[in-house]
Design a protein around this ligand. Sequence first.
Ligand code: ATP
Ligand code: MG
Ligand code: MG
Ligand code: MG
Length: 561
Amino acid sequence: MRYSQYFIPTVKETPSDAEVVSHKLMLRAGMIRKLAAGIYNYLPLGLRSIRKVEQIVREEMNRAGAIELLMPSVQPAELWQESKRWEQYGKELLRFKDRKDAEFCLGPTHEEVITDLVRREVKSYRQMPLNLYQVQSKFRDEIRPRFGLMRGREFIMKDAYSFDVSSEAADISYDKMYQAYRRIFQRCGLRFRAVEADTGSIGGSSSHEFMVLADSGEDAIVSCTACEYAANVEKAEARLFPPEHAEPRELEKVETPQKRSVEEVTAFLGIPASSLVKTLLCVADGEPVAALVRGDHDLNEIKLKHLLGCEELEMASEEVVERVTGAPVGFAGPVGLKIKIVADLVVQGMKNFVTGGNARDLHFKNVNIGRDFTPALIADIRNVVHGDPCPRCEAGHLEMWRGIEVGHVFKLGTKYSESLRATFLDADGKEQVIFMGCYGIGISRTVAACIEQNHDADGIIFPIPIAPFHCIISAVSTKDAEVMAACDELYRALTAVGVEVLFDDRDERPGSKFKDADLIGIPLRIVVGSKNLAEGKVELKYRKSGEVSLLTLAEAVETVK
Ligand code: ATP
Ligand code: MG
Ligand code: MG
Ligand code: MG
């Protein structure tokens, strides 16, 4: 591809409305452009990376025996009413009516549609196991779309659905997907953890999330240094707040807390606000209230405002939390910290606090600590901090990370097959309900997560498997015929052996070409200039290590291919 004939609208200035690195860099590198809140054009460079992820996903899905199809984005309300999710899903579901006043939604996920298809077509145990998948645009009317492709409203997802004759058979299908997901994210060149997760609103019995490790991640996860144990904090918390404690219960009503302005809250805390930490500290009735919020951050923020009767609420940074509670932040970051805060607040005899995760139903209640959280439980809470023993094995200790959820696998059991009556006849001719699983990968989010994990001050550092191009050839002077001839030769030789090459043939200063090359993050760069070329050499530079070597054209082709 010749750069001069391609479409890469790079930008020097950092866009003011972008908060996280991937969003900034994808805009600057000309990979995406915003059309509306959370809705983006994928420009050629961005699309190439997206297609790379899709390709890896397709190969691994096919290898695991899943079969590709494509379902509609527009889904009739009736199916969602059958599964009861028309009422349950809330405002994230974008609903609309056609000219005949029939109700529809834009699919945020496809359990209903696929179950409807399968209940019509699959009648016998002989037709299973069956795993169907698609790569498609999903729509979720996220309350606060942000961070570019990370949390869009329209985004690309791979979703797969498995159908089995029994719970045991469904476990095998689940395991295949779990292994396929591991291979996918390994092949993408990402550092990740597969963690035990909460099943949330999708329902079902067991689930794992695939988390790309990055400091900017919205999720907090723990993993063991010795064994396989890794969990989303919500899940880790489920152990600490077992269901009997999380059950909503009738508690004494408290008077509506006094309203506090943002100014009062920040003045009390003495801090500038930071929105990235899912820990909120605020004031009610002159008494600090700690809100430990996970899961749906925005929703909790809204609930909290409601609870405190405040119009506005400021987020507290980790530093503030540290100061207020005296709990060390360190590398433990949010996880250990939040858990410690509860313990510390309890010890300080604080009366009011609310918590997210599995105890989120307590949000609107006044929790009485002595009554609802026993000393044993509090002791247990205090144990889960960075470096503490693993709850699963004797040998390891816990490490804490920030993660970006790029994939999610669920055992659904019979949740959808029961409500939509998806049944089959077993070997004895008896009618049975199908066992299902569902498996999602955020394709567009994976590209953004990759950039969160792989960048430096100059721009993106793509791992080769999802780089839009493998190699960029920069002609130092486009006026020099020999330079251009050498570039052409390299371009042809590399393309012939399957290397994807971007040839920067623009009539620009070398400096600005190099800046663009660094920004868009092409893993390998070959610089062709007259001085080195006089000795038959070109310069090969690795974007990641910065390592430079002088090579002949033939050597360069040999090294790059
Ligand atoms: P999150 O917790 O980030 O809101 P989710 O748990 O709601 O994600 P799932 O229903 O598990 O998402 O969907 C499967 C995958 O789709 C997620 O693992 C994620 O990679 C991707 N995804 C979900 N929501 C978005 C979004 N708004 N923008 C981009 N990708 C998304
Ligand atoms: Mg979500
Ligand atoms: Mg999630
Ligand atoms: Mg999920």
